[in-house]
Design a protein around this ligand. Structure first.
Ligand SMILES: [Fe+2]
Ligand SMILES: [Fe+2]
Length: 278
């Protein structure tokens, strides 16, 4: 496989394609094997650009997301504080005071723009299943369990992405199939709606190279479950059933759910590469 080339300007214009084009490629990887070496560079380009921005001092990250010297104690303290802050913010949020989401139409537009992210829920973990060629490591077992639950444990009605699709359809938002070219080029989406899913999809294809990042993404996505609270409240205010987000408040909870699983210890015996990372 050819080595990644970018190191910006903007990932050599995101490795020669738009994020819409990449989205379509990355949700259909077996139809696009020739593009996958570049996808590795694409994934790396997002990480390199973010590190470069951090090195320049921008953006200023919330305290809970800034780098810190790692130790088990600091890690635990950091997680507890992050959770408490997210929960306090979620509890304090009052949809009546929200200056942006003042109408049902605005809330629905937000939900539409988040579709490429939520309709690929779990995708950042999809490559983990292809790594094992023997007994699963502790970390792989945890990640696969989360992935299995994101995918619905064999029950189509419980698949998180499908839940989002049916939730949108309830309100008359009908989108083309996620794997179709029509979806990636649907003019109702902003281009930026594809940035986060493309990053996740690209990273997911290289689960060994990006295992530390995948662990961090898992923790970020699962541990921050109280950030669903504002959306639940604003949807209720505008007469929309927030089923998808309520499900996540349940499945991602930090006591027994994905939040707890995501808190896998980076010093697990079978993951020396992770324990060696910053
Ligand atoms: Fe999910
Ligand atoms: Fe989850």
């Amino acid at each position: 496989m050819a080595p990644p080339t970018p190191s910006s300007p903007a990932g050599q214009r995101r490795c020669g394609k738009t994020e819409r084009e990449w989205f379509h490629i990355l949700v259909n990887p077996e139809d696009h094997y020739a593009d996958l070496p570049v996808a590795r560079g694409l994934a790396q380009s997002y990480l390199d650009d973010t590190r470069a921005r951090l090195a320049r001092g921008a953006p200023v990250l919330p305290a809970g997301l800034a780098p810190f010297p790692w130790s088990p104690e600091r890690f635990a303290e950091r997680l507890e504080r992050l959770y408490a802050d997210d929960l306090a913010a979620g509890n304090a949020y009052r949809p009546a005071d929200d200056a942006v989401y003042t109408t049902r139409a605005r809330v629905l537009e937000r939900l539409r723009q988040r579709a490429p992210f939520h309709q690929t829920d779990g995708c950042w973990l999809r490559g983990v299943a292809g790594v094992a060629s023997g007994p699963l490591s502790d970390v792989e077992a945890v990640l696969l369990r989360i992935l299995y639950e994101e995918l619905g444990e064999g029950d189509a009605a419980k698949n998180h992405a499908a839940l989002y699709t049916s939730m949108l359809a309830t309100w008359g938002i009908h989108l083309p199939p996620v794997t179709s070219a029509a979806y990636a080029h649907d003019a109702r989406f902003l281009d930026s709606a594809f940035s986060l899913p493309v990053f996740q999809l690209a990273v997911s294809l290289f689960p060994r190279a990006f295992l530390p990042e995948i662990l961090g993404m898992t923790l970020y996505l699962e541990w921050t479950v109280p950030t669903c609270l504002p959306m639940v409240k604003r949807m209720v205010r505008h007469g929309l059933d927030p089923l998808f987000f309520r499900v996540h408040l349940g499945t991602d909870n930090v006591d027994t759910g994905h939040g707890l699983l995501a808190r896998v210890r980076p010093h697990f015996a079978h993951t020396p590469a992770v324990s060696a990372s910053p």
